[in-house]
Every structure is written in structure tokens, then in C-alpha cells.
Design a protein around this ligand. Structure first.
Ligand code: PXP
Length: 249
């Protein structure tokens, strides 16, 4: 069965929008641990969090708190830097997904160029595997990148579905063909095959034709839907509480 890794980065994005400088405040919300527990109750198979170099959303302490409280496998997304390797070696997540990171980007924009950075990435993958994590490479669906991931000792690949999600018409068909071809090569090479980025409630089923998929990592669409289906209830609760106002006696 296809597994679901829920990316809860954007729960932290909302919290940071108000409390970035007051994380210890009793008012700091939403609580990322509560979000992870809710994802687990909903059927998530793992929790994904990306601590970025600029700490724009998830903070280091968030991942430790979620790992302690949630008891689902953690998929720790990170750039291949000494700082992040050190965090991963203290955290011991079940999975690490290596991603490119560019300070200007709004989200992870492209896959890792594994074939261009084999030596540095090999060292990172080795250190993380020695620390007990399974390591995934977030790559564009290109055979060269799949093969390079295998060569440097990765356990898995996560195929970047962003181009597929943003494409239309015949290009969209080509993107699906590329994803399927990359998944086949990955599986033939003995790599686990995951996918993620831009997957939503509308495009999910189009991915069902891609063979060998084990886990999808989905964040933005789930958090967006959670906001939309939750607003009515949240407003209702506030309205009920406000009805307690007595006014001037
Ligand atoms: N996988 C990776 C490697 C990512 O960087 C992201 C975005 O943080 C996702 C999956 C989830 O993408 P989305 O938020 O578009 O569902």
C-alpha cells in the first residue's frame, strides 16, 4: 500500500509568522507536536520536517519534540551541510531526505544534482547511514540522477513531482512518463522509490500509473485543506464564546 508522509513545515510557518521571536510564549501556536499527533490520528505513516538553514519555519527543537512525542517515523529533510548532518546525528531520524537549498527560493525548487556532487554527497550519505538513518535523495526524474543516487549509496530516491504538478496538456503526459521511467530504473537498481512536491487532492490519482511508488510526501495541500475545513468550526467556537459577553450592567 502507498504510504503517506505528512510534511508539517507549514504549521511552523504559521507559528513563525507571529511568534518567531517568542517561541517560549504560552501563546505560541499552532503547536507542531499537536499537528504531528493529529496527522498520526488521520493515518499518516511518517512525519516530514525540513529544518532549513535560515530556520524560516521548522526549528531544531521542533523536530526533537515531535520525535519524542509522536512515535511515527521521522523523515528529516535537510541540505547536505555540516550543520544539518550534526543535527541528524543527534536526532537519529528513521529517514533523511537530502534536498537542495537555495536561500532565495520559496520552496525546494528543483531536485538535487547528485551526479555533479557525487563525492560530497557520498560522504554525507555515509555519515547519515552510519548514524542509523535510511537516506533518500530528492531528485528530478532523470535516469542519470537515479543512477548517481545508487552509486553514492543512497537507500531511496524521492522523485520531484513539482514539474508534473505545474504542467498541462502534452507536457503533463511527458512528465508522467519521465516519473514512471525514473521509478522503474530506481526499482531495478534496488532503490526505494518515493515521490513528493506539489501533490494535491486533484492530481493525486494521476500518479497512480507510476510503478514502484512506496511513499508520497505531501505538505502544502494537506495543511491548506486543514485550514479551509477548519475555519468554520474555529469561527463557530469563537462566536459561542463571545456570546458570553454581558456588556455594561
Ligand atoms: N518532498 C520534498 C523533498 C520537499 O522539499 C517538499 C516541500 O517541502 C515536499 C516533499 C512536500 O511538498 P508539498 O508541500 O508541495 O506537498
Amino acid at each position: 500500500m502507498l504510504k503517506l508522509g505528512v510534511n508539517i513545515d507549514h504549521v511552523a510557518t504559521i507559528r513563525q509568522a507571529r511568534y518567531a521571536t517568542m517561541l517560549d510564549s504560552k501563546n505560541a501556536e499552532p503547536d507542531i507536536v499537536m499537528a504531528a499527533l493529529a496527522a498520526r490520528r488521520g493515518g499518516a505513516d511518517s512525519i516530514t520536517m525540513h529544518v532549513r538553514g535560515d530556520r524560516r519555519h521548522v526549528q531544531e527543537e521542533d523536530v526533537f519534540r515531535v520525535k519524542e512525542a509522536c512515535k511515527l517515523p521521522i523523515n528529516f529533510e535537510m541540505a547536505s551541510t555540516a550543520e544539518m548532518v550534526a543535527i541528524a546525528l543527534r536526532l537519529h531520524p528513521e529517514f533523511v531526505c537530502l534536498v537542495p537549498e537555495n536561500r532565495q527560493e520559496i520552496t525546494t525548487e528543483g531536485g538535487l544534482d547528485v551526479s555533479e556532487q557525487k563525492e560530497t554527497l557520498r560522504a554525507t550519505v555515509g555519515a547519515l547511514r552510519d548514524g542509523g538513518s535510511k537516506v533518500s535523495m530528492f531528485i528530478d526524474p532523470e535516469e542519470e540522477q537515479v543512477r548517481a543516487s545508487r552509486e553514492i549509496g543512497a537507500d531511496m530516491i524521492e522523485l520531484h513531482t513539482g514539474s508534473f504538478a505545474n504542467s498541462e496538456g502534452s507536457i503533463r503526459k511527458e512528465e508522467l512518463t519521465r516519473l514512471a521511467a525514473a521509478a522503474r530504473v530506481g526499482s531495478q537498481l534496488g532503490l526505494g522509490v518515493n515521490a513528493g512536491h506539489g501533490i494535491n487532492y486533484d492530481n493525486l490519482e494521476e500518479l497512480f500509473g507510476i510503478p514502484h511508488l512506496e511513499e508520497l510526501n505531501i505538505g502544502h495541500s494537506i495543511i491548506s485543506r486543514a485550514v479551509m475545513i477548519g475555519i468554520e468550526q474555529a469561527v463557530r467556537e469563537m462566536v459561542v464564546m463571545m456570546a458570553g459577553y454581558g456588556g455594561e450592567q
